[in-house]
Design a protein around this ligand. Structure first.
Ligand code: HEM
Length: 451
């Protein structure tokens, strides 16, 4: 039966498309042309083949494709990032692990993102956010992107691994260089971005090892429900009852620190940009804040009342998703929409293009937070049409942490500050590895004296 099925699949055609040049395929256009997927979607439809990062790859666009991919995890597909990403993250990273090890580590780490843990992070997030906002107001004019990066990295370090980065600016610089090597051709020559990123990885791992050793010497006293991610990993045992190896601890922490700040920086910058460009929505967002009376510090109870802000943040992640898509490897021949999906090929699902589907989203190009109000709820018309955080068993583990930090940042910013885009800057977005305004988002920033 199985062989008959495989035979009929193999007789189906491959998706249309072009495999490009030998070896490099279409990698250069993929990296440099922001309209790479749009052009091919116009020409071939929602499923097409290409060759990127050394692999024959099928790109799939839309809610149905997402559902097919997420539901086939571990059966038809397994995670497989391009080599540059997997080498830089390291073999013991949650994003690279597969099968039962992935499942047990995910279960363990998810404790750091449970509602109780998140509630315990709120006061610290509020405090760090207030302190950065005040610093920016003191500066008056700033290039926001690098500052936002320092802020999100600070929050990730304090809350996920219990360490203070403010006295080590070198840490964020190393991460910046490391990030530049992701999604590159993995060529090991001294001047390539990949080689430079590998060097940064070694230095980052050395710093992370210091943090781990320091914590082992001086454990933070906490009840099990209050443990941060590092505490959970340090107390965990593997399948044989042994503590996790230092090599695994380092890869896991590197991934959490990276994933915990890079995507958030992009998301916050997009929020600031889109609100500056949409003054009516900004005014409505401020109005909601004025209606929520808060005499002391902002708490989870106040945040719950900000439903319009939820819609805005969701729309920011729809219009400019920080993660463009996800890679998988086909581990078993299968078929989709009349095409053969061959074993050994890569598959890339597309978040940004899914969010532009005009059969789901009315005037999909417009920034319109009202599309997510309870009456319209456009994303609910079809499962997997909103996939900013992915889906299935690889859905973003830090989703609620990210949403909480975005909301605290946005609420405190709207309540106490105003910002204006500096004229004449380039606001086009660099897309890889995460969307970022080319000139780094230059703004004039001031306090408006209310909280
Ligand atoms: C707005 C912010 C964020 C966005 C848009 C985002 C998006 C995503 C997406 C789309 C995936 C799935 C990729 C795939 O299908 O292969 C993912 C996975 C992941 N994310 Fe996030 N993320 C965000 C923030 C965070 C934060 C704050 C953390 C940690 C604190 C985090 C940690 C991870 C990890 C570890 C994975 C891999 C999960 C696995 O493979 O089991 N992310 N994220």
């Amino acid at each position: 039966m199985k062989t008959q099925e495989t035979k009929s699949q193999n007789q189906l055609p491959l998706p249309p498309g072009n495999l490009g040049l030998p070896v490099i395929g279409e990698t250069i256009s993929f990296l440099n042309d922001p309209d790479f997927a749009t052009k091919r979607q116009k020409k071939y439809g929602n499923i097409f083949k290409t060759n990127i990062f050394g692999s024959a790859t099928i790109m799939m666009i839309g809610a149905d494709a997402n559902r097919f991919l997420f539901s086939g995890e571990n059966q038809n597909f397994t995670i497989k990032w391009p080599e540059s990403v997997s080498v830089l993250l390291g073999p013991a990273s949650l994003s690279i692990q597969t099968g039962s090890i992935h499942q047990t580590r995910r279960k363990l780490l998810s404790q750091a993102f449970q509602p109780r843990a998140l509630a315990s992070y709120t006061p610290a997030m509020v405090e760090i956010t207030n302190s950065y906002l005040q610093q920016w107001a003191n500066l008056g004019q700033l290039t926001w992107y690098p500052e936002l990066r320092n802020y999100t990295f600070d929050v990730a370090c304090k809350l996920l691994v219990g360490t203070d980065t403010t006295n080590d600016p070198h840490f964020t610089e190393l991460f910046e260089e490391w990030v530049q090597g992701l999604f590159t051709l993995p060529i090991r020559l001294p001047w390539t971005r990949f080689s430079k990123a590998l060097k940064s990885r070694d230095q980052l791992l050395a710093k992370i090892e210091e943090i781990i050793l320091q914590r082992q010497r001086q454990p933070i006293l906490a009840t099990s429900s209050e443990q941060d991610a590092l505490g959970l990993l340090l107390n965990a045992t593997d399948e044989d009852g042994n503590s996790l190896s230092i090599e695994e601890l380092k890869d896991q922490i590197l991934t959490l620190l990276f994933a915990g700040h890079e995507t958030l920086t992009s998301a916050l910058a997009s929020f600031c940009l889109l609100l500056a460009q949409n003054p009516e929505i900004l005014a409505a967002a401020r109005k909601e804040q004025q209606q929520i009376i808060c005499t002391g510090e902002l708490t989870s109870e106040h945040l719950k009342q900000m439903t319009y802000l939820d819609q805005i943040l969701k729309e920011v992640l729809r219009v400019i998703p920080p993660v463009g898509g996800g890679f998988r490897e086909v581990i078993q021949d299968c078929k989709f929409n009349g095409y053969h999906i061959p074993q050994g090929w890569s598959v890339l699902y597309q978040i940004g293009k899914t969010h532009q589907d005009t059969t789901i989203y009315k005037d999909a190009k417009n920034f319109d937070p009202e599309r997510f109000n309870t009456d319209r709820a456009e994303d609910k018309s079809k499962p997997f049409s909103y996939v900013s955080f992915g889906g299935g068993m690889r859905e973003c583990i830090g989703k609620e942490f990210a949403k909480l930090e975005m909301k605290i940042f946005a609420a405190l910013l709207l309540r106490g500050y105003e910002w204006e885009l500096v004229a004449g800057q380039n606001l086009d977005l660099e897309i890889v590895p995460t969307p970022k305004p080319r000139d780094g988002l230059k703004v004039i920033f001031r306090s408006i004296g209310v909280k």
